[in-house]
Design a protein around this ligand. Structure first.
Ligand code: ATR
Length: 268
């Protein structure tokens, strides 16, 4: 039986085992897929161990995507651009690293009617999650991709990194009347940490469509706030989780699973 797992910390409540088991049923492939606690400190020991035990692939979640990037010997283009790996594939004695986060997000955004092309997009946060999706967002040629982050330098570093090839990426601290925001994407960990989020004033005035990378049983705190301040269409990141998993499954099994109806089935 082909062995896979999702690794990260905390990992107890991961929905990935359930999602991959639905995909495997559809593909008629027998797999085992576990959730295994791995942190930054024990990353190498644990992953070496799984590799030696014959695991064929690992999904990697927070907070160890950068460790996975460093561990991979051969990196996909998106992984190299974002310095993030969420899918390890052990094949022919090599360790391949991919990131399916950005393209998983694009698939879900498109399914939910978001049009990035020529839109003004605000991305909140400049941590690991933001890094993993920026190359995919830019590939859709938005009119602007404004980065906003509590710690200015982090957003500034990301802007500087992409600016030469993608002049539409910009640092934003305050909104002014010339900017009408079409789409807001929240990649900060404020909600997960149970903290109030620092936001520029009037962010939701133009009633942008909102996508929170986080997801929860009830509306996320960010989406609640967006609605209160004017947005009508808000989505959480469960769809992205499913789409990024489908892309990982395809990398490992060369089978593209259907993602239809899974969100309803697995919503906690
Ligand atoms: P992740 O891998 O989830 O992106 P991370 O790399 O630790 O986690 O990044 C977390 C992001 O959420 C950062 O951009 C962080 O802002 P800082 O760079 O200022 O630390 C942002 N963040 C966390 N708590 C926040 C809060 N209460 N308000 C606004 N931004 C917050």
């Amino acid at each position: 039986m082909n062995k896979y797992a999702v690794i990260g910390s905390p990992i107890d409540h991961s929905l990935s085992p359930q999602i991959h088991s639905i995909f495997a049923q559809e593909a008629d492939i027998e797999i085992s897929y576990e959730a295994i606690e791995v942190n930054k400190e024990n990353f190498k020991i644990k992953v070496d161990e799984l590799l030696n035990k014959g695991y064929l692939g690992l999904n990697v979640t927070l907070p160890i995507k950068e460790e996975a990037f460093n561990y991979a010997e051969v990196k996909s283009e998106n992984a190299s651009l974002s310095e993030s790996v969420n899918t390890l594939s052990f094949l022919d004695s090599s360790i391949y690293g991919h990131t399916t986060d950005g393209d998983g997000l694009l698939s879900d955004l498109s399914e939910k009617g978001f049009v990035l092309e020529s839109s003004s997009v605000v991305l909140l946060g400049a941590g690991g999650s933001a890094k993993s999706i920026i190359p995919s967002l830019l590939s859709k040629k938005p009119k602007n991709l404004f980065l906003i982050n509590r710690t200015r330098e982090k957003a500034e570093n990301l802007v500087n990194r992409y600016k030469t090839h993608f002049p539409q990426i910009e640092l934003l601290e305050e909104l002014n009347s010339e900017i009408s925001v079409d789409i807001v994407i929240n990649s900060t960990s404020a909600g997960t940490l149970g903290e109030d989020i620092f936001l520029p004033e009037n962010l939701f005035n133009s009633k942008p469509k909102v996508y929170d990378l986080a997801y929860s049983k009830s509306e996320t705190p960010f989406n609640l706030r967006a609605k209160k301040e004017g947005s009508r269409e808000v989505y959480d990141g469960l769809g992205m989780l499913i789409h990024q998993a489908a892309l990982s499954f395809e990398i490992w099994n060369r089978f593209k699973p259907s993602t239809k109806g899974i969100e309803k089935k697995i919503r906690p």
